[in-house]
Design a protein around this ligand. Structure first.
Ligand code: PLP
Length: 470
């Protein structure tokens, strides 16, 4: 590709992106293709000779695009959002064009120094106390893995990496059943073993870990010769927003020398609004916490922020040059690759810097407040319909519901499965499901960056219309 061609195609791609965003409301939210349909359009063997960009681009539009689910669609109400605010897309373009590897300070001092600065901005915006140090990880899964490896090393007096785990006491880590599956995987990968992730029952509408059950489990484990090492709490669990009470868990963690990691991957973004901070009251007990600006806040994937109290323990766990520990932080140089599992790092702070500046914290707060208000309005409207029930109350902008018409009989699970399939085949909105105490429920979350109140209210029309036409 010549320089002129690169310029022309870059412009073309930018125009395409703008047109795509503009036309999103006209597209079905979820891809409507069958398994194998897209693969069948791509030749089974690679081309030996070069093809024209014009052809490649046309094939992209014709063959690939129909197989996309549109995560930036304003009526994306499934899972959690993965917002890429336009301004963060532009920042990502710059990052992609520079394509720097930012693993060490010297491999791009700006990337390191901006990351430190902008994460301290975000810390202030979230109302977190001073003394938390941030690092951008590629995903919450990676941040949680880094936290679990750190808690393992701390519990094993920093000998696990060298000695392995076979001769050491069995570590125990505690969490409720509301936590994300990334916790299980971190426990597996860290060699702690899934059987040593102890599930503590939840109670109350917040589905919070029962502190008495937690204390009892720790005591029983000690008596049985296990080594309690960590506690993983969630604020805004993935299923229905389950939220632990950190003011209760914090003292238990301290009394039992448990490393406390808090997963607020989705809900953490809302903590830029002071009125929502009750949900993580007691957060200052956390040794480590993670939130994903790439979910609700608007920083294009990937951008997961981990805050830690004692970065030294993280570096001691993950750095591959132990002599460097001595100088860490003292000479003002940080090598962020020593804070994470992968070595290579993208320049992820730039989009966060663009985002926070272009919208201001107030702009981002308004977006989140709107989503919360609109989701709650929708929940009230559905509650007012005799053939619908709200199963879990709104946690911020997330709630779950079921269709329960008179005379529907016993198989409400199957009925609601049919409903969600019909809704997603219709394409005007996109919803996903989960299980709550053995019952199939439909989740709703409002969170897409460009979503309006009308989009949320349209969900009411689509849900009720399709349900009653089943
Ligand atoms: C989305 C989510 C995760 C996983 O996030 P990734 O960044 O995709 O790894 C973890 N925990 C919670 C609560 C989540 O909502």
């Amino acid at each position: 590709m010549t320089e002129d061609e690169f310029r022309a195609w870059s412009h073309r791609a930018a125009d395409w992106g703008a047109d795509y965003r503009e036309g999103l409301r006209q597209r079905p939210v979820r891809a409507q293709t069958q398994p194998g349909e897209i693969a069948a359009k791509v030749p089974a063997s690679p081309p030996d000779s070069a093809e024209a960009m014009e052809t490649i681009f046309a094939d992209f539009e014709r063959d690939i695009l129909p197989g996309m689910t549109h995560w930036q669609h304003p009526r994306f109400f499934a899972y959690f959002p993965a917002n890429a605010a336009p301004v963060s897309v532009i920042a990502e373009y710059l990052v992609t064009a520079m394509a720097a590897q930012c693993m060490l300070w010297q491999t791009s001092p700006a990337a390191t120094e901006l990351e430190t600065r902008v994460l301290d901005w975000l810390r202030q915006g979230l109302g977190l106390p001073e003394g938390y140090h941030g690092v951008i990880q590629d995903s919450a899964s990676s941040a949680t893995l880094a936290a679990v490896l750190t808690l393992r090393e701390r519990a094993l007096a920093w000998r696990g990496n060298a000695d392995g785990l076979s001769g050491s006491p069995r570590l125990r880590v505690y969490a409720s059943g509301e936590v994300h599956t990334s916790i299980d995987r971190a426990i597996w990968i860290a060699g702690i073993g899934g059987d040593n992730l102890v599930r503590i029952p939840v109670k109350g509408p917040a589905r919070a870990m029962d502190p008495d059950a937690l204390k009892a489990a720790i005591a029983a484990d000690r008596a049985a010769g296990y080594l309690p090492a960590g506690l993983i709490a969630c604020v805004g669990g993935t299923g229905v927003g389950g939220t632990d009470d950190l003011t209760e868990l914090g003292p238990i963690a301290r009394d039992n020398s448990l490393f406390l990691h808090v997963d607020a991957a989705w809900a953490g973004a809302a903590m830029i609004c002071p009125e929502f901070r009750d949900h993580w009251r007691g957060i200052e007990w956390a040794d480590s916490l993670v939130l994903n600006p790439h979910k609700w806040l608007g920083a294009q994937f990937d951008c997961s922020v981990q805050y830690i109290r004692d970065p030294e323990s993280l570096v001691r766990t993950l750095a591959i040059r132990p002599d460097y520990l001595k100088t860490h932080g003292k000479d003002g140089i940080i090598n962020y690759s020593e804070w994470s599992v992968p070595l290579g790092r993208r320049f992820r702070a730039l989009k966060l810097w663009f985002l926070i500046r272009a919208h201001g914290l107030d702009g981002l707060r308004q977006m989140i407040r709107n989503h919360v208000a609109w989701a709650q309005e929708l929940a009230e409207r559905l509650r007012g319909e005799p053939d619908f029930e709200i199963v879990t109350e709104p946690m911020l902008s997330l709630f779950s519901f079921r269709y329960r018409p008179d005379g529907a009989g016993a198989d409400l699970d199957a009925l609601n499965q049919r409903l969600i399939s019909a809704i997603n085949d219709d394409g005007r909105i996109y919803l996903t499901q989960t299980m709550v105490d053995g019952r199939f429920v439909i989740r709703f979350q409002a969170g897409q960056f460009d979503c309006t109140r009308e989009d949320v209210m349209m969900a009411f029309d689509v849900i009720t219309e399709i349900a009653r036409g089943l």
